[in-house]
Structures are given as structure tokens and as C-alpha cells.
Design a binder for this molecule. Structure first.
Ligand SMILES: [Zn+2]
Length: 258
């Protein structure tokens, strides 16, 4: 079997057979691939810890005959430590679920690979709020999908938005002025602060984003916006949002404009 090496991140894994694992791996040079790690569930297997979720490693793989390539060796590069922090793990799971949903197999995209690696690192970083990290990641992915929202002119009447609260409409594709927002029952109320933060995210300045201190209310609105956008553009819900919400113990109550 021909072999190759690549750097990869474990996005998803399931147990298979007696002691194997089947992994969904995002690789730098081969895109998203399906991989079988034979014997990875045996306690003495050297692949055991290296096939944990979100671990990034240098992988040696063999081309399989079917859909799955075979993982023969893995040398860990980064193992984000968040197993004991349910909130961080849920945020990482959301990044992984979104990545898995958005990408097709075998389409290499080094930029997305770097983005995913950075998001998982941020989710595990004690100095960072993992919810801010997922908002940033989701915003970048939505832009990459070609659905960057309109944030400076009203997405309905096209007038320049004044510096005051506005409604975010997923169906209109961006912010609505107060006059248009009243006609959109699904519009999400955005404070001036939320609008500023959305524009910062759209600028793509990762360093500036990392320096922002986002309070819980702002984050909740930003999260609701990306959740609704992804639901609209991917045509289904991401389950990880429900898990995260259950952990946070918060609902969506009070975030609607109407
Ligand atoms: Zn308008």
C-alpha cells in the first residue's frame, strides 16, 4: 500500500470492531479524510492517546483500498488539554462539528487547517474565553463560505446604518435599520457594542479580536447570530450549540427583538 505523511487533527472518532477506531481527520495537505486506526483501543497501543479528539499530530498513513486510509504512526504535535473542562470541550466540539459539516472530503485548504488548529488551541487556552474563540471561528467560516453579512448598510433598504442599535436578520443577510427591523420578526437585537464587535470580526484582525474583552450578554447575542446563520446556510442545526447551551445553563430568552 502506498504511504504518505501529513499533519492532521482528529475531528471525530467512533469505536469500530474489537479494538479499532475510525477517525475523521482534517489534514493540512489532503483535506478531510476518513482513517482507520487499527488496535487503537488496546491499552498498550501507541495510537491510543494519539487518536484522541482534537489532537494534532504528524501522521503516517497508508492508502486503503476503500474509503478509509490506514493510520500507521502518529507523532503528537499538540494535545489541547480540556478533557476536564466541559465548557472548553463543548466549544472545541462545536469547532470540530462545524468543520466536519462544512468541508467536503479530500479538498485541501491550508488556510482552513490553520484556522481550525488555532481555534482548538484557543478553546484550550486558560487565558482565552472559549466562547469568544468559537464566535471568531464561526465568523471566519461563514465568510469563507461566501455568506459575509452586510454590516454597514441596512441589508433591506440599503441606507447607511446610524450609530445606534440595529436588528440582525439572517434571511436578509445582515443588519437592518430600526425601520426595517420591525418588519422582520426573526431579527436579533444588536446593541452598538455588538455591532462594533461584528465589524471587528469581519475585518479579520485576529490579534485585535484576541484582545477584546466580551461580556456574557454580548457573547450570547454573537453566538445566537452565528448559530442562526449556520442553521440557515448549512440547512440544519449544529447539535453542539445545544450541548454548549446546556452547559452554560442559559436559554435564548430575552435575546429576541420582538
Ligand atoms: Zn433599512
Amino acid at each position: 500500500m502506498p504511504t504518505y505523511t501529513d499533519e492532521g487533527i482528529v475531528l471525530r472518532r467512533i469505536d469500530y470492531g474489537e479494538s479499532d477506531r475510525i477517525l475523521t481527520v482534517l489534514t493540512r495537505e489532503h483535506g478531510k479524510i476518513g482513517v482507520i486506526a487499527r488496535g487503537a483501543r488496546r491499552p498498550q497501543s501507541r495510537l491510543a492517546a494519539r487518536t484522541d479528539l482534537f489532537v494534532r499530530s504528524r501522521m503516517q498513513l497508508a492508502k486503503g483500498r476503500g474509503e478509509l486510509d490506514v493510520l500507521t504512526q502518529a507523532e503528537p504535535l499538540a494535545a489541547p488539554a480540556m478533557a476536564h473542562d466541559a465548557r472548553r470541550a463543548a466549544c472545541a466540539a462545536l469547532c470540530a462539528e462545524l468543520t466536519d459539516r462544512v468541508l467536503e472530503n479530500h479538498h485541501a485548504d491550508a488556510e482552513i487547517y490553520t484556522l481550525v488548529a488555532a481555534a482548538l488551541r484557543a478553546c484550550a487556552d486558560p487565558a482565552r474565553d472559549p466562547r469568544a474563540a468559537i464566535v471568531w471561528f464561526a465568523r471566519r467560516m461563514i465568510d469563507r463560505l461566501g455568506y459575509a453579512p452586510q454590516l454597514h448598510e441596512c441589508a433591506s433598504c440599503e441606507r447607511t446604518l446610524p450609530a445606534q442599535p440595529a436588528g440582525f436578520s439572517v434571511t436578509a443577510g445582515g443588519l437592518l435599520c430600526a425601520g426595517c427591523a420591525v418588519h422582520d420578526p426573526g431579527a436579533i437585537e444588536c446593541s452598538v457594542r455588538v455591532i462594533k464587535v461584528l465589524r471587528t470580526a469581519a475585518s479579520g484582525d485576529a490579534d485585535l479580536w484576541a484582545r477584546l474583552r466580551l461580556d456574557a450578554a454580548t457573547l450570547a447575542v454573537l453566538e445566537l447570530i452565528v448559530e442562526r446563520e449556520l442553521e440557515q446556510h448549512l440547512d440544519r442545526r449544529l447539535r453542539s450549540f445545544d450541548v454548549l447551551r446546556a452547559i452554560e445553563g442559559s436559554g435564548e430568552v430575552g435575546l429576541q427583538l420582538h
